[in-house]
Design a protein around this ligand. Structure first.
Ligand SMILES: [Zn+2]
Length: 222
């Protein structure tokens, strides 16, 4: 486990610093509030992950605030309480060996479109290349096994982003910055789509043929 991390030039200490940095970025961008949102990450292939705590101001977390859990939610390292959303983080890692970071934020525009029953469209290159597959799950209470099960089902189907109806978003990445990019791109695309629609226009999309070409060129699956 440790050796794998070293091969990728990533240590657990660096991972913890990066989790805090991602939380600061999300807070500054208005994608999470003082006590909302959570982020987790693991060294590639590990059966344990580091996650943000519950009940601590999210804009200025330090590595000492984080907790290490196994995939059943047992605390292996750290103090305090882990985020109540740990069950869906663990559920994602169980079904997606390619995912090493999970970001949960409360993107207001992405959520607004979902509440209005409007799906995100492939309107930008980032929507095609970064988001790839966006799924939505119906409301389930935060922290419950029911929510974890709904999220795991969509994750297993290959989703890169999952919108939690009446709640927020979950972004999956091969590493922390990949997952952060997915969360931020969701909001970018939702905002651009919203502006076009607010002006009474149906935004043109990148043609399916071009989308297929992108995936082929970059060897991306959907
Ligand atoms: Zn939340």
């Amino acid at each position: 486990m440790h050796i794998l991390g070293d091969v990728f030039g990533l240590s657990e200490e660096q991972l913890k610093e990066d989790i805090c940095k991602v939380m600061r970025n999300l807070f500054r961008r208005g994608l999470i509030s003082a006590l909302g949102g959570n982020v987790s990450a693991r060294l590639p292939g590990a059966n344990a992950f580091w996650i943000t705590p519950s009940g601590i101001f999210k804009g200025e977390l330090t590595p000492e605030d984080l907790l290490k859990l196994d995939l059943d939610g047992n605390v292996l390292d750290g103090f305090g309480r882990p985020s109540i959303e740990w069950p869906f983080h663990a559920a994602i890692y169980k079904v997606r060996p390619d995912v090493n970071a999970v970001v949960h934020a409360h993107n207001p525009v992405t959520l607004g479109l979902a509440l209005a029953g409007i799906r995100l469209k492939p309107i930008t290159v980032e929507a095609v290349m970064v988001l790839r597959k966006v799924e939505i799950v119906p409301f389930a209470f935060p922290g419950t096994d029911k929510l974890a099960k709904l999220v795991a089902e969509k994750a297993a189907s290959g989703a890169r982003a999952i919108i939690l109806q009446n709640h927020g978003v979950v972004a999956l990445g091969s590493n922390l910055y990949d997952a952060e990019a997915v969360a931020e791109t969701l909001e970018e695309v939702a905002t651009a789509q919203f502006v076009a629609m607010a002006l009474g226009k149906e935004p043109p999309v990148i043609p399916e043929k071009e989308v297929e070409l992108y995936y082929k060129l970059y060897g991306l699956g959907r």
